[in-house]
Design a binder for this molecule. Structure first.
Ligand SMILES: Nc1nc2c(c(=O)[nH]1)N[C@H]1C(S)=C(S)[C@@H](COP(=O)(O)O)O[C@H]1N2
Ligand SMILES: [Mo]
Length: 422
């Protein structure tokens, strides 16, 4: 039964002459580099949320020792999160054709019988299930999070985070076992690069090579070019999301469009609108809105006019979302967070701060910032952007902006700042 070429378990069932160690090795080595970058930028992205600072920041509270690497995310360079997340998402999308081609190139192995020849072989096949399943899971959850208002059952963050560890463990084991052979295959005899004509009997015993290959319709290089072209196309239709201006319109695959930001000083990408967040104009008018600031010496309540009497400072900072999109630097103007800390008794050494918005529901209605982020002179409670008052959708009357931080920490519609013990 094993050799009946009508069954996928038979080597003769798989007839593409493209399959072979060279093709699989090239794709495997591209993924080795690419997925390593995805793993590192993914872990960094989690660290950038300040998850160890306060429970409200931590979307994966049960991570245990998987948080061993967390560190205080810096405020320099100010485009750090923009770069990290742009690379993570754009590279992830770009690698989709490479991943699919790699899986296609080894699919005969998935069906090979017997399921296990030995204990070692059984363990290897189980690890391959984790590898393939993990890869598909990470790419699918990532794309869904970027493209849709999240539809996956369960929260994206823990799924993608735990999935990454399981997947990367299997990936590291696989890479350790296979990279030496893959490198050898690339240096191997040239003639393996091109598909064997159908008439020529298969030589060697590599299980990837079909024993009865069909007639080639494309060379292996041609097939690689096709995969590379697909990757390039995805890159070209994604990368524009990390810019603004005309290039942004090339980002056809950028996150779910969002509301049209329009033009003018406030004409840059909007994540959640004021309407979506349930912010009513009556709450944000200068007559009703108050900023409540609490710290060592008690609580002060400031009107917008009070805030405007404090020294105003400017900072050029981007908004960079976990979804991969970002804006170029916007020109924010407002009160320094450390000046607000000083108002309530933290003159010399500003502490951490807990920021709350007018929003009543939603995971990002509040966030905690580190002492180092509060202390940075570019960290503002912004009232203006690009010379104009903040629009309702960008957080009017006041929002936080912090250099190098992810968008989630740039709370909009701020109502309350609590300095000190979180
Ligand atoms: N109150 C509040 N602030 C918020 C959010 C939110 O949902 N509620 N979303 C955050 C996220 S995820 C991002 S990426 C930025 C986007 O800011 P923008 O819409 O001005 O571009 O706002 C942040 N501030
Ligand atoms: Mo975001």
């Amino acid at each position: 039964m094993r050799d009946d070429p009508r069954l996928p378990s038979a080597p003769g069932f798989w007839r593409s002459p493209l399959r072979g160690p060279w093709f699989t090795s090239v794709l495997g080595l591209v993924l080795l580099a690419g997925i390593t970058v995805l793993f590192v930028t993914g872990l960094l992205s989690y660290a950038a949320y300040n998850p160890d600072l306060a429970p409200v920041n931590d979307k994966t509270p049960d991570k245990g020792i998987l948080g061993f690497y967390l560190f205080a995310w810096p405020t320099n360079p100010h485009w750090l999160y923009r770069l990290n997340q742009g690379v993570h998402v754009t590279l992830g999308i770009t690698l989709i054709p490479v991943l699919l081609a790699k899986l296609w190139s080894v699919v005969p192995k998935l069906f090979a019988l017997p399921p296990a020849r030995s204990l070692a072989h059984a363990l290897e096949r189980i690890s391959l299930l984790l590898l393939v399943g993990g890869a598909l899971f990470e790419f699918v959850t990532g794309v869904l999070n970027v493209q849709l208002d999240y539809v996956f059952p369960g929260s994206f963050y823990p799924l993608h985070f735990y999935g990454a560890w399981v997947f990367f463990a299997a990936f590291a084991a696989h890479a350790a076992l296979r990279t030496p052979a893959a490198l050898r295959n690339l240096r191997g005899p040239r003639n393996d690069r091109e598909p064997r004509p159908a008439a020529e009997p298969a030589c060697g015993t590599d299980p990837l090579v079909s024993p009865r290959p069909g007639t080639p319709t494309v060379s292996r290089r041609g097939a690689l070019g096709f995969v590379g072209g697909g990757a390039l196309l995805l890159f070209a239709t994604t990368a524009g999301q990390t810019t603004d201006g005309p290039l942004r319109r090339t980002a056809l695959l950028a996150p779910h469009g969002g509301p049209d930001p329009g033009t003018g000083p406030n004409g840059f990408q909007i994540n959640k609108t004021a309407r979506y967040a349930g912010i009513r104009p009556s709450e944000t008018s200068p007559h009703t809105w108050r900023l409540v600031v609490t710290g060592r010496t008690g609580t002060v309540r400031l009107t917008r006019t009070d805030l405007l009497r404090l020294p105003l400072h400017s900072a050029a900072l981007p908004i960079a979302c976990v979804e991969g999109w970002s804006t170029s630097d916007q020109w924010w103007r407002g009160v320094r967070l450390r000046d607000l800390a000083a108002l309530v008794g933290h003159e010399d050494d500003p502490p951490d701060v807990f920021v709350e918005s007018l929003q009543l529901r939603g995971a990002f209605r509040h966030a905690a910032l580190r002492a180092g982020q509060v202390a940075d002179p570019r960290s503002l409670l912004a009232l203006y952007v690009n010379g104009e008052e903040l629009s309702p959708d960008h957080g009017h009357p006041a929002r936080v902006v912090v250099p190098a931080a992810p968008g989630v920490l740039n709370t909009k519609w701020v109502a309350r700042l609590t300095f000190g013990d979180l």
